[in-house]
Ligand binder design. Structure first.
Ligand SMILES: C[S@@+](CC[C@H](N)C(=O)[O-])C[C@H]1O[C@@H](n2cnc3c(N)ncnc32)[C@H](O)[C@@H]1O
Length: 270
């Protein structure tokens, strides 16, 4: 990592971090040696993981493309990770207002460097479990004015939030957003009662690095998200979203040990 030394004051380089593991698996360079070691461990358990993570980004790109076509020009995004690899501002026309956020200060620091001085884009630190801190922030007010009809990204984060925290986030977003707002998200459809041995190894790894994973089925997530309503094209697996056929999912399902579940994406509306 370039500038590694300058980041030591805001990050603990002795502890792997989920966001930087994700960056490494996507082929990025914003990670420490401990992150790379944890990622390699994950790859040994789940070699198809990078493909799944890239599919999350492709879903995000497809959802953003649709939302832009519908006229959305303001995006607030939680747990954004690094804004590279087809993230929102790379898909949106210039002039689109985008407020990215993440809980990891290293991600935020690097993201700000990547974005540079574009006045329509900001990247700030925020816990997706406490979205009100961002929704009520000065930076949001400056970027969006009083307009609250926005598209909200919540991708690759629900499984890092407990039921209580996630329910709070969905509610806070719904209460804040104006009618007509959209919430686009992807998550893993995982039944806590049917965890395979392979999956348990992955969960153990995340628990060890202090980022426990909370499993829930897509039906449970939709119950928790109410009164957000399902929007077109419905709740689909990632390969359906990106028109890839089912090969990637079949590969993952076989490797996970026969579960029919996997990552899915959905757009919800208020
Ligand atoms: C799987 S990545 C998702 C990145 C991006 N949203 C995407 O879909 O490609 C998960 C991100 O969530 C961040 N994260 C983990 N817990 C968080 C929390 N409570 N609040 C905000 N971000 C969090 C991590 O730092 C990481 O950048």
């Amino acid at each position: 990592m370039d500038n590694e030394n300058s980041l030591l004051s805001i990050a603990d380089p002795s502890r792997p971090n989920a966001g930087r593991i994700y960056d490494y698996l996507l082929g990025g360079h914003h990670n420490f040696e401990v992150d790379r070691q944890a990622a390699e461990h994950l790859l040994a358990i789940a070699p198809f993981m990078p493909k799944q993570l890239i599919m999350i980004r492709w879903f995000l790109g497809e959802a953003v493309r649709r939302l832009i076509e519908e006229g959305y020009d303001k995006f607030v995004d939680f747990a954004s990770g690094l804004p590279t690899m087809d993230h929102i501002h790379e898909m949106a026309p210039s002039g689109t207002r985008i407020l990215y956020s993440d809980i990891d200060p290293v991600t935020v620091e690097y993201a700000q460097e990547i974005i540079g001085s574009n006045p329509n884009i900001r990247f700030v630190e925020c816990d997706a479990g406490k979205p009100e801190t961002l929704l009520e922030s000065k930076v949001l007010e400056i970027l969006f004015g009083s307009d609250r009809k926005v598209a909200i990204g919540f991708n690759g984060i629900c499984y890092f939030l407990s039921d209580d925290v996630l329910a709070h986030s969905f509610k806070a977003l719904y209460q804040w957003a104006a009618p007509g707002s959209k919430l686009f998200l992807c998550d893993a459809d995982a039944d806590p009662e049917q965890t395979t041995d392979n999956l348990k190894l992955v969960f153990d790894l995340y628990a060890k690095i202090g980022q426990p994973i909370y499993n829930r089925t897509k039906e449970r997530l939709m119950e928790m998200a109410a009164p957000w309503q399902l929007d077109d094209p419905g709740l689909l697996s990632l390969d359906e979203w990106i028109g890839m056929g089912q090969s990637a999912r079949v590969e993952a399902v076989e490797a996970w040990g026969g579960s029919e579940k996997g990552f899915y994406g959905v757009i919800l509306k208020k």
